[in-house]
Design a protein around this ligand. Structure first.
Ligand code: URA
Length: 272
């Protein structure tokens, strides 16, 4: 054996030991670098029976594929493994999403988690992305003023998060794929916080949590039943504050939703 070739083989052996190989499975070594003789192309035989995609054939084909979970399944497993809010935030940061590459900060939540009232918006905008907190831009300031008028403020008696934790570039509407990817984290978030009431701010939040096809103008103004891992929770759908900034005449409806929220929190209206 040539000295150079022997050195290469010894180096390969050392590498295997470093990688933790401690057992030989075959009596004789197999040279995996040996060039495989080209295989003749299998030509279909005219009288050979066609291979039908029967369930058994499909199952066999599936078993040959590498067992890589689809992104949403991997995200759901990550969310389920998180044990507390800090762990959930860290798990979200691990999700491989193009949104993570374009955003600056992960926006997780703000407010009092134990308050019993959890509001869910759509996605961070530019200000939220810069500061890493939900609803801190102009629409957030409007939301704060509206909620203050019914005695709610985030330092004391409500909690806030979004459907998406990262800002979509240019504030575009979240795609269905993005919502599906991050919904397991929101569900786990709700499971940890265990609110008594949810408020769904805007169409994206309402549609995602109610799995509804209707738009927000049909969904708003009433309590819905939201299926969550913490059980079925009452969720009030209302208009998004950014929409109210663009359409001030809609503030009338938003005000009526807020009064319904206040009456329900006071125990003067049933949340159904
Ligand atoms: N709009 C949202 O839906 N969420 C925010 O955090 C800010 C603006």
């Amino acid at each position: 054996m040539e000295a150079g070739y022997r050195e290469e083989l010894l180096a390969a052996l050392r590498l295997q030991l470093e990688w933790g190989v401690d057992e030989a499975l075959e009596e004789a070594p197999i040279d995996r670098f040996a060039v495989r003789a080209p295989q003749p192309l299998a030509m279909p035989q005219p009288d050979a029976p066609p291979v039908l995609a029967t369930p058994a054939v499909k199952a066999a084909a599936r078993s040959l594929l590498p067992m890589v979970p689809p992104p949403a399944a991997a995200a759901a497993a990550l969310a389920a493994a998180a044990q507390d809010l800090a762990g959930l935030k860290a798990a979200i940061a691990e999700v491989d999403s193009p949104l993570r590459d374009t955003a600056t900060n992960l926006v997780f939540s703000d407010g009092v988690a134990e308050s019993g009232l959890m509001m869910v918006g759509e996605a961070p905008g530019a200000d939220e992305d810069r500061l890493g907190k939900p609803f801190v831009g102009v629409s957030g300031q409007l939301l704060d003023r509206m909620l203050a008028s019914i005695g709610l403020n985030r330092a004391e008696n409500f909690y806030l998060t979004n459907i998406l934790p990262w800002r979509p570039p240019g504030n575009r509407t979240p795609t269905d794929g993005e919502i599906t990817l991050f919904l397991p984290f929101l569900m786990r978030h709700i499971e940890m916080v265990r609110p008594r009431h949810l408020v769904l701010l805007g169409g994206v939040s309402a549609k995602a949590l109610l799995r509804a096809k209707d738009g927000i103008t049909r969904l708003r103004g009433r309590w819905h039943q939201v299926e969550t891992p913490a059980g079925t929770l009452p969720g009030l759908a209302t208009l998004h504050p950014a929409y109210l900034l663009r359409t001030p005449s809609a503030k009338r409806e938003a005000w009526s939703d807020l009064l319904l929220l206040r009456r329900t929190l006071n125990g003067d209206a049933a949340p159904q």
